[in-house]
Structures are given as C-alpha cells and as structure tokens.
Design a protein around this ligand. Structure first.
Ligand code: UD1
Ligand code: CA
Length: 481
C-alpha cells in the first residue's frame, strides 16, 4: 500500500512563523505523530510526505526523525518527501506525490494537521477498502459525527444513505452546513483512478483550491463503491487549524497520557494537573503530586514520590526516591532512596548514589555524590567528585570556574565541610578531613585533619556610637500669612 501525508500548508490561521505541521503537541511536532502512526500501521511502506510551506525546516525534521528512528526502533526509517512549491489545495498536493506511488496498490491519505489518528482506526479503514481483487478495491472514507462540525468538510448522503459528495464548509448551503457528519480528511483511495481524478479537479470553489474532497463525487460517477467508518475515539479526528484547537488538543493528549499512567498503576494527585512532553516510564506505586512537568525521557522507579510542582527533564530516578516540592531535575541520574528538595536543582551530569540527601536551594551540576552523602542547604556543587558519607555544610560552594576554564573538586569519603566554605578548584579534600566553617580552600586539605582558613578572632573594648539629636529649625512666622 501507499501512504501520503499532506503537510505542505502554511496554516495561516495559526499566525505563526513555524509551518503548521511543526507546531508542538505534548513536546513533539504534530507531523511526528502522523509519521509514527504511518510507520506503525504499515512498517514496510515508505511514506511520502508532501512538503511546501517551510520546506527546509520540515525536511530537516523528517531527516532527523528518520535518523533517530533507525537507531531506536524497528520501524522503517525510510521516508520520502515531495515538494509542492505552491500550495494550491489538498488535491494538488496529492497530485505531486503521484509519481512516487505504486498505482496498483491502494493509497492511504493522512493529514499532517490531524495528529492523533490511531493505528487501530487506520487499520480498520484500510480493511474497509479491500475488494475481492486488488483492482476492485473501494474508496474508504473516515468520517465522524460532530455536534460542532464548524470548519470541516461535510459528508453529503442521498436518500439511500450513500455518500455522494463532500462539501467544504465555505461552499456549503445552510442545509449542508447543518450536516453533523464531517470529513476527517483520511481516506483510502483506489490508486488506478487517481491520475484521472486528480487531473480533473478544478478551482471553481469558494477557496479557489484543488480540493481532494472533490474526488468523492468522481468516484460515485465511476461506480467505485464508497464505504465509511468512524474513529475509535472521537478526538482522533480533530484537526488543528488555529491555536485554540492546538491548545484543546494538547489538553486531550495530556488527559490521555494521564489515563494511561493511572491504568498502569501510577497514582496522580490530580490527572488534570500533570504535563508530559515526551516519554514518562514509571515503576510500581509511583505517586505524582499536582503541577508536575515531565520533558524528554524520564523514568521513575518503583515507589518514587514526586512532590508538587516539580520539573523533570531527561532524568532517571531510582527506587523509593522522594522528590519534594519545587525540585528541578535536568539530565540527572538518582539512585535508590535519595531525598531531594524542596527547591533543589539538579543539572546535567548530576549523578547521585544511594541515600544521598540534597536539600533546599542546593544546585548540583556535572558531579557525582557517593552514597549517604548530604548537602542539605544552600550550596553549589559543580564539576565535583564527592565520596561516601560526606557532609557538605550550608553555603558551601565549589568555585569551579576561573573565568576561562572549569576545574574539578575532589572530596574523598567521610569528609565534613563546615558551613560557608569555598573550595577553589582544582582542589582535593583528603579522606576523613574536616574543613572549618568559612574556609576558603585554595590548596589540598590533608586527610583526617582539620583545615581552616580564617582571620583570627579578636575582641576589643568598644563603645557603640550614639545617635546624634537633630536640632529642629523653627519655621519663621513671616512666610505664612
Ligand atoms: C481539510 C478538508 C476537509 C476536512 C478537514 C479535516 C479539503 C479540501 N478539505 O480541510 O474536508 O474536513 O481537512 O481536517 O481537503 N495541504 C497541503 N497542500 C495544500 C493544502 C493543504 O499539503 O495545498 C495540507 C495541509 O498542510 C494540511 C492538510 O493538507 O495538513 C489539510 O489542509 P487544510 O488547509 O488544513 O484543510 P482544511 O481546511 O482543514
Ligand atoms: Ca486542517
């Protein structure tokens, strides 16, 4: 079979510099959903994407997607593109793809701006088109009953309930506009007629475009059977033409993601207050409080508790870890039983072993912390290797940057670092060493000793000055008559 994805339109109603099919839905461009679905439905088919508006950006994305796909999945990474230099309508778009199709096989048409269509629905549609022999396959149309059919093409049926045409809203009479059955855009076409049908399209309609939908009436004339089926879920057929529809579809997508998480045993304090823009995998009995955002690839192992308003991006979290409110993780790897936050910030390369505690206003970047180590308050740990059972006092800072280069700090096992210490990297603190509060460490600290750098404490007799009394000037009576 052939698959053509129409993705050349500008999407004027979005009022955006970005081509419409590149608009982001739950962290991914809309076109990516359609590509993934196409490859799932028919892994052996090389889909043809019709690109046009913003073609360089769209084709760059397709190449990147194909490359990534090759590396991470079994799906075919073969995707071809064809340029529709001027966007003259959906029929004209399909015509551009014609040279790339095998006309002895049916053609499935998908729309880059209808992202949530499911493989299950499409398989049903493909099956519906099957004829006794390949040559007499039918035209299968995916339609949908919508209470508010505004903006969609309407399905026109005769008194025998047979489909006879699709009328675009702008061309429809008031009676036709009242029709609730809409064209989702997706259809399976008998390809042997395509050349003739598409060449016969004209632009005498309200939008002055070559409408693909006009092939329906041609099929009727040619005696090609037209069969219709509906989507499994009504939201699968929602098209995105403006930002309000994109926002509505975002909520639907998030609701679906939340339902899947719940079905897989994840507890959500409120399924409506969670956003996943990427892939979130969860072990058993994970709890996620309100207002959390997950981006990229995030995994939470069994028993993890995520407090309210946390942001996690591309991070792995071990078993029973507690992330307290307002913690921010980006590119972090956290082993079992750690306690993080509230208000902790773990940046790329933060790698915590078991039972590490990272408290409020502590930032960790490109650093390893050994098991049972703690940095509970107000600290910056950057480019450091920290051993086991280390205590990092409040206000400790690794001074890793000299203005030009980054340097490493090494803190060995069982070190105790007093509050408000600056470790001027590169520097090493030996095993079991203690650093006195307020130390500015510029040289290595030997193991098992107390190292302290601070001005000697002195006390002198001292009289605190007293406040001078101001003499108030009397206002002269002259000025006020
Ligand atoms: C289209 C259908 C309408 C249907 C609706 C479903 C036509 C004439 N109308 O209307 O019946 O109810 O989709 O969502 O087909 N495109 C191109 N080249 C073009 C024009 C469009 O590739 O020259 C692509 C767009 O990028 C988009 C898709 O085709 O992905 C649909 O185009 P759009 O302009 O959004 O059509 P609608 O008005 O939504
Ligand atoms: Ca559309």
């Amino acid at each position: 079979m052939n698959i053509v994805i129409l993705a050349a339109g500008q999407g004027q109603r979005m009022r955006s510099a970005l081509p419409k099919v590149m608009q982001i839905l739950a962290g991914k461009p809309m076109l990516q959903y359609v590509l993934e679905t196409a490859l799932t439905v028919s892994p052996k088919t090389k889909p043809v994407v019709v690109i046009g508006h913003g073609a360089p950006l769209v084709s760059q994305f397709i190449a990147h997607f194909a490359e990534q796909n090759k590396a991470t999945s079994k799906l075919s990474a073969n995707i071809s593109t064809v340029l529709q230099a001027q966007q003259k309508g959906t029929g004209h778009a399909l015509l551009q793809a014609l040279p790339k199709l095998n006309l002895s096989e049916p053609t499935l048409v998908l729309y880059g701006d209808v992202p949530l269509i499911s493989p299950v629905t499409l398989r049903r549609l493909i099956k519906l088109a099957d004829g006794v022999a390949k040559q007499d396959s039918a035209l299968a149309l995916l339609t949908q009953k919508m209470a508010d059919s505004k903006g969609y093409g309407r399905i026109v049926r005769n008194s025998a309930d047979e489909v006879i045409a699709i009328i675009e809203e702008k061309d429809a009479s008031p009676q036709q506009q009242a029709i609730q059955e809409i064209n989702t855009g997706m259809m399976v076409l008998p390809s042997q007629h395509l050349k003739r049908w598409l060449k016969a399209l004209h632009v005498s309609n309200a939008q002055g475009e070559y409408y693909l939908t006009d092939v329906i009436a041609m099929a009727v004339k040619d005696g090609v059977p037209i069969r219709t089926t509906q989507t499994i879920n009504a939201w699968e057929s929602i098209g995105v033409n403006d930002r309000a529809q994109l926002a509505a579809l975002e909520r639907i997508t998030q609701r679906e993601i939340a339902s899947n998480l719940l079905a897989n045993g994840v507890s959500l304090a409120d399924p409506a207050r969670l956003d996943v823009r990427g892939k979130l995998s969860c072990g058993q009995d994970v709890f996620i409080d309100i207002g959390c955002l997950f981006e990229g690839n995030v995994s939470l192992a069994a028993g993890v508790k995520v407090g309210p308003n946390c942001v996690l991006r591309n991070s792995q979290v071990g078993k029973r870890v507690v992330l307290q409110a307002f913690s921010h993780l980006d590119g972090a790897t956290i082993s079992d039983d750690c306690i993080i936050g509230p208000y902790a910030r773990l940046r790329p390369g933060a790698n915590l072993a078991n039972d590490v505690h990272i408290g409020n206003f502590v930032e960790v970047k490109n650093s390893q912390l050994g098991s049972h180590s703690k940095a509970n308050h107000l600290a910056y740990v950057g480019d450091a290797v920290v051993g086991k059972r280390v205590n990092i006092g409040a206000g400790t800072i690794t001074c890793n940057y000299d203005g030009i280069n980054k340097h490493q700090t090494i803190i060995e096992d069982d070190v105790f670092i007093g509050s408000d210490t600056q470790l001027v990297a590169p520097v090493r603190v030996g095993r079991g060493a203690t650093l006195g509060a307020g130390t500015t460490l510029t040289k290595d600290a030997p193991a098992n000793q107390l190292t302290v750098s601070r001005a000697k404490q002195v006390s002198v007799a001292w009289q605190r000055p007293e406040k001078k009394m101001l003499v108030k000037k009397k206002l002269s009576s002259k000025g006020k008559k």
